[in-house]
Structures are given as structure tokens and as C-alpha cells.
Design a protein around this ligand. Structure first.
Ligand code: CU
Length: 161
């Protein structure tokens, strides 16, 4: 437990239990995209498998078994093309949570789930997300646990020129 001061007032007793902690935890699977942001139904043009790999002992966090190479960042991009409907199939092969973040886009969880730019992939679980390739460029896909990202759990998503 920690105490964060944002103004005046007395610190609560160290045994305090905020009543919010007794509520239900809302997970993404219980959320739906609002009508005006839900992706229209469309055939998927490109699928990339994203296996989250590595572990705490060797600290060899990576994607598809290969740590991102900072000295050669464009060496092995996940290629997409403008206009494509893209699906990323995450499989977390590790024993830790990984909040996977894609720059430049928001993806949708399933056919009607929430639009997000970061989604937690639980240990030993799979998660598929879809997005429309509507923002040409080169974008990082990475674990938002910065220690994992810096260790190598990153990839480059690149539009074909
Ligand atoms: Cu991670």
C-alpha cells in the first residue's frame, strides 16, 4: 500500500480498504465498441502471428523468439499494405502479462469488442485483434512493460512502400 498526496487532508489509517476494491473488475471481454467506432465487417487480408516469448530468468523477452534488434530496426518488419484489414494473433507463451501496444492505430478486440491501442495478453493465453491499415508508415508494436520492450519484446509494423 502507498499513500499519494494530492492536496490537503489527513492520511487514512493503514488498514483502510477502499470500497472500490470489492467491486467487479471490468475486463475488455465485457466491453463493446460504440456504434460509431466499431469496425465494419470485412474479410481479413493479412494475418500476423505474434508469439510472445522469453522469460524472467534469462530476461530474453522477444516476439516470435527473436529479440528486436535496435542496431537494425528495419531488418524484419511485419509487412502490411494500405487498405488491408489486418489481424494480429497474439499467443503469450510466457508466464507473465504483456500489455501489447501498437502505435499509429487503434485495434478492435474481436468482431465487436472495444477499440484500444493496448491490450493485455494474459499468460499462456491467445488474443486476436483487428485493425484497418489506414495510416501508412512504420510503427512500433511492443510490450508496454518498458523493461520487456527494451529487452526485445518489440517489432516493427511497416507498410509496403
Ligand atoms: Cu511484457
Amino acid at each position: 500500500m502507498a499513500l499519494v498526496r494530492t492536496g490537503s487532508g489527513r492520511a487514512p489509517n493503514a488498514t483502510v480498504r477502499p470500497k472500490e476494491l470489492n467491486g467487479a473488475i471490468v475486463t475488455a471481454s465485457r466491453l463493446r465498441a460504440a456504434d460509431d467506432v466499431r469496425l465494419p465487417s470485412k474479410k481479413v487480408d493479412r494475418v500476423h502471428r505474434i508469439d510472445l516469448t522469453g522469460g524472467m530468468t534469462k530476461y530474453n523477452w522477444a516476439i516470435n523468439g527473436k529479440p528486436f534488434d535496435m542496431s537494425d530496426p528495419t531488418a524484419a518488419p511485419l509487412v502490411i499494405e494500405e487498405g488491408q484489414r489486418v489481424r494480429l494473433d497474439f499467443t503469450n507463451r510466457t508466464g507473465m502479462w504483456h500489455p501489447m501496444h501498437l502505435h499509429g492505430h487503434t485495434y478492435q478486440l474481436g468482431s465487436s469488442g472495444p477499440r484500444k491501442d493496448t491490450a493485455i495478453v494474459l499468460p499462456k493465453k491467445k488474443l486476436s485483434v483487428i485493425f484497418d491499415a489506414d495510416n501508412p508508415g512504420r510503427w512500433m508494436l511492443h510490450c508496454h512493460n518498458a523493461y520487456h520492450g527494451e529487452a526485445g519484446m518489440m517489432a516493427l509494423v511497416a507498410y509496403r512502400a
